[in-house]
Every structure is written in structure tokens, then in C-alpha cells.
Ligand binder design. Structure first.
Ligand code: PMV
Length: 348
């Protein structure tokens, strides 16, 4: 019987927000809508081996391995995830799960792995539910995976589908929801279809501010209201840009969003500067490159010092040459990762 025991494999990519999610309400409800590119190469691969329990324990039990070794420090986060999702996955209490995960990107590279990890786990559990209920259609399964991934880590809900995903209710995006991510409803301009994201690893290691602490900084933040309104208007604008392919407007919006995210952290209580001197040097170099070449290379940032460089596939050769010649010097151990738009979670 396929529901007694079996194996599910899920591979989920990371994602990079263009309009950022920063600030949330209880139950992982975002304070503003966000939109992200789904990545391709940076991914978490998760295998769930499930075994039906002989007697009902009333609670799912699990063990967790990361890159082949037990990882007890991840267990509290997983336990929280299982507690939050238990009521949506009632059948799970009859199982023992052996969860094994690995990441395609280097250890403590400063790349957030919670989005890809939570998306991979959530989609494996929904796949187990589909084995009980084969009629559940793929689209519903994706929405449910996204819904559950959100309960693990907010931005994880944008890693189920590709290649452009909206999370958070927005008047101009039909079907958008605070509860899960939805694929961008319109066809995106051709120029965006092979967009590249080269991630420059400026600072590896633990993030200075966890995203849980970070989102909290928006509570009582003096600019919170304006920021949430701005995110709504930026999403409206970026929707038009994604359809029209206006790259000047894209560059302006994306960099503005990245700097605003960091400005929010610089003006909160307590305040933080998450950029490093090398982050700023890279930004200056990117602006100089754009002035000199006219190519639409732009940067974005997460809540950390690493820099994501976004550009069309047709400019890849020139941009990679520029990175090798001028930017590698600012990367820790010269490390960077070449990624591009991807199609989201794959299950087998
Ligand atoms: O998903 P969380 O709670 O780790 O928050 C992520 C927030 C940012 O990465 C800074 C922005 C975003 O929208 O992904």
C-alpha cells in the first residue's frame, strides 16, 4: 500500500524578492504584498521516508538529517512547523518521517536556505497527502504547499511555482492572497524570460538579524505605514514593467526596493546596518558599469550583505566578464553563484 511506507523526493529553489516582504502580522500574514523571481540552481533537495505507525501516537514524529548527519539544532524550527501545520495535515499523526535535506549552495554562504527548505518540506508533505487522495489536482496541491510553506517561513511560499510569484493580496493581481503565493497571472515580456541572478557572496556566515527579529522591527516603525503603501504602489508599477519589458523602470524599482529594505533596518529601534563596505563598493561599481555600457544590470539585496545582480540572458557574457574583472575582489574567497529564473518545486 503506497500510504503505508514510501519515499518522496522534493527539490525547491530559493527566490529573490523584487518588491520586498518586510513586516508581518500573526500567523505569518504579510504586512504588504511582495513579488519574487523563482531561482533555479540554488535549491534544497529533501527526501521524506514515511512509515505508518503501528499504534496512533497522536503526533507526527520525525528525525532530521542535513547533508547526511543528524542536525539537532534544526529540530525546534521543524517542530514549530509541524505544530503550526498539524491541523491542515491530520493524517500526519499516523506517521514517522525521516527527513533528509541538502542544499546545492555552499554552507553558511549567507544565502537564506529557509525559503527553499520549507518549500521542499511542505511540498513533500502535500505529496504524501496526494497519495491518500489521488484526486487532489496539481494546482490545488501547489496552493496548499505554498500555504504550508508560508507557515514555516513567509517567503518560502514564493518557492513552489515559477518564475515570477506574488504573495499578498493586491488589487491588481487577481487571485492574490495573504495565505499563499500565486504565479504572476500575465505573460511576462520576452526580455525577462531568461533573466539571470548572479549572487555575489560578500559575507558568509550567520545573519546579523534573523528575519523573525527583522519583521518585528516594523512594529511601531516610524515609516511603516508609508513603506507598506509604497510596496503596494511598487507592485502595481512592477506589474506593468514585467508586461511591457521597460528595463529602465525595472532597474529603478528593484534598486529602490533593495535600498528601502535596508533603510527600514537603518531607521528601526534598534537600528542595524546589514551592508558591508564591500556591498557598497559593488553597488558603486554596478552604477559605473551601467553608466559606461548602458546595459541594464541592477542589484538587489536581501536582509544581509550579499548582492544579487539581475540582468537579461543576452548580456550574460559581458556581465560575467565584468564580475570576474572587477567584482570578484569584493567577494569572500572570490565566491559567487550563477543562477537564473526557474520553474519552482519538482517532486518525484
Ligand atoms: O521569509 P522570511 O521571514 O525569512 O523573510 C524574508 C524577507 C526578505 O528576504 C528580506 C524579503 C523577501 O521578500 O524575501
Amino acid at each position: 500500500n503506497p500510504t503505508d511506507q514510501g519515499v518522496i523526493h522534493s527539490e525547491s529553489p530559493s527566490n529573490i524578492a523584487l518588491v520586498k516582504y518586510w513586516g508581518k502580522f500573526p500567523d505569518q500574514i504579510p504586512a504588504n504584498p511582495s513579488i519574487s523571481f523563482t531561482l533555479d540552481t540554488c535549491a534544497t533537495s529533501t527526501t521524506v521516508e514515511y512509515n505508518a505507525l503501528p499504534a496512533k501516537t497522536g503526533k507526527a514524529s520525525f528525525e532530521f538529517f542535513f547533508e547526511g548527519k543528524p542536525k539537532p539544532d534544526f529540530e525546534p524550527k521543524l517542530q514549530t512547523f509541524f505544530d503550526r501545520t498539524a491541523k491542515y495535515l491530520p493524517f500526519l499523526k499516523n506517521y514517522h518521517l525521516k527527513i533528509s535535506s541538502s542544499n546545492s549552495f555552499p554552507h553558511s554562504s549567507g544565502i537564506a536556505s529557509s525559503a527553499s527548505a520549507m518549500a521542499a518540506l511542505a511540498s513533500s508533505l502535500v505529496e504524501l497527502e496526494r497519495r491518500h487522495n489521488p484526486e487532489m489536482d496539481r494546482q490545488f496541491a501547489n496552493l496548499k504547499s505554498s500555504f504550508l510553506a508560508r507557515l514555516g517561513s513567509g517567503s518560502a511560499c514564493r518557492s513552489i511555482s515559477g518564475s515570477l510569484v506574488v504573495w499578498g493580496e493586491h488589487a491588481d493581481i487577481p487571485g492574490s492572497s495573504d495565505l499563499y503565493g500565486v504565479p504572476f497571472p500575465d505573460t511576462i515580456a520576452k526580455i525577462f524570460q531568461d533573466y539571470q541572478d548572479t549572487i555575489l557572496l560578500v559575507h558568509r556566515g550567520q545573519k546579523q538579524v534573523s528575519s523573525t527579529v527583522g519583521h518585528k522591527l516594523m512594529e511601531g516603525h516610524p515609516f511603516a505605514k508609508q513603506r507598506f503603501e509604497q510596496a503596494h504602489s511598487n507592485l502595481r508599477r512592477i506589474k506593468e514593467v514585467m508586461i511591457s519589458g521597460d528595463l529602465d523602470a525595472f532597474v529603478d524599482l528593484v534598486e529602490r526596493e533593495a535600498l528601502t529594505l535596508h533603510a527600514m533596518m537603518m531607521t528601526s529601534s534598534p537600528y542595524f546596518i546589514l551592508m558591508k563596505p564591500n556591498t557598497l563598493s559593488i553597488i558603486e561599481k554596478v552604477w559605473e558599469f551601467r553608466r559606461n555600457t548602458g546595459l541594464p544590470l541592477c542589484f538587489t539585496l536581501d536582509a544581509g550583505a550579499n548582492v544579487h545582480l539581475l540582468y537579461p540572458g543576452q548580456n550574460k557574457e559581458k556581465v560575467l566578464q565584468f564580475i570576474k574583472n572587477e567584482l570578484v575582489a569584493y567577494c569572500e574567497n572570490g565566491q559567487y553563484i550563477c543562477d537564473q529564473l526557474g520553474e519552482g518545486t519538482k517532486i518525484s
